[in-house]
Design a protein around this ligand. Structure first.
Ligand SMILES: Nc1ncnc2c1ncn2[C@@H]1O[C@H](COP(=O)(O)OP(=O)(O)OP(=O)(O)O)[C@@H](O)[C@H]1O
Length: 258
């Protein structure tokens, strides 16, 4: 079983430290983990540091990885080449870090992921012609086609309609449960975090503000202190946890007016 553990991790841009002292318990395959925090807290930065794009102090400890590249990373900004077809964009992601000789297995894997994500109608379309939500699903395909054991997904549902948001969160949860994938999702939707994820890491003010089972981490106190809302979690008649927001604390326009 794959596991990921962060030990005293730090990350900076050009000498400006954005994150420090990030230490987590062992996150294991089969879990879905939320990475939460306000805008600019450092969620994307933490992903870049874990994936190795950013260097810094501390250790990213991966155990039980059965391939040399056990992690796939779906960034917020996909950087896809607009002229490529969807099929080519997914195939290119599959070939990252491999010999440039495409095998029948590679084609089969691209077909499998395209079917899994129900994107058959898009396969011949140029990436540059797609809507924001369609591109986001291609980004998910690019991560999954690498057959990772750990997948870092940066706001993968931010451009999706409600039905597809639920669909993707449900799919990632079943891939975790059935295939032992460790899924880490940076997201702003705390309702999705409560409903679909086992563990939450909360980043704020350059460090780890909270870490643990999602239903223990997302409390009225945390919502007030970190997310600046007066809010509570209630279960609906079907037992699904729902975030009930009473009001925002503070005033978004106050600074501009003074
Ligand atoms: N390439 C960069 N160069 C310099 N500073 C950066 C760079 N990318 C991010 N930062 C800074 O690092 C901090 C953390 O940014 P990051 O994008 O990791 O936050 P985030 O939690 O992912 O935010 P959001 O929820 O808005 O996507 C911010 O202060 C941001 O301005």
């Amino acid at each position: 079983m794959v596991s990921l553990e962060l030990r005293n991790l730090a990350a900076s841009y050009g000498g400006r430290e954005v994150l420090s002292g990030i230490t987590t318990p062992k996150l294991t395959g089969g879990q879905v983990v939320s990475l939460l925090g306000p805008n600019g807290a450092g969620k994307s930065t933490l992903f870049r540091r874990i994936f190795g794009i950013l260097k810094g102090a501390g250790e990213v400890r991966i155990e039980g990885g059965s391939s040399p590249r056990p992690i796939a990373y779906m960034p917020q900004d996909d950087g896809m080449r607009p002229a490529l077809s969807v099929y080519e964009a997914v195939l290119l992601a599959r070939m990252q870090g491999r010999r440039l000789q495409v095998s029948a297995e590679d084609h089969a894997e691209v077909d499998r992921v395209i079917a899994l994500l129900d994107m058959g109608r898009l396969r011949g379309r140029p990436v540059g012609d797609l809507s924001g939500g369609q591109r986001q699903i291609v980004g998910v395909a690019q991560a999954l086609v690498q057959r990772p054991q750990i997948v870092l997904m940066d706001e993968p549902t931010s451009a999706l309609d409600l039905s597809r948001q639920i669909g993707l969160q449900t799919l990632m949860r079943s891939l975790a449960r059935e295939q032992g994938l460790l899924v880490v999702i940076a997201q702003h939707d705390l309702g999705h975090a409560l409903r679909f994820t086992d563990v939450s890491l909360v980043i704020a003010e350059g460090g780890l503000a909270a870490c643990g089972p999602t239903d223990e981490v997302i409390t009225p106190a945390l919502l007030r202190d970190i997310f600046e809302v007066e809010a509570r979690v209630e279960r609906c008649s079907k037992g699904i946890p729902q975030l009930m927001v009473d009001h925002r604390l503070g005033d978004l326009g106050a600074e501009a007016r003074h």
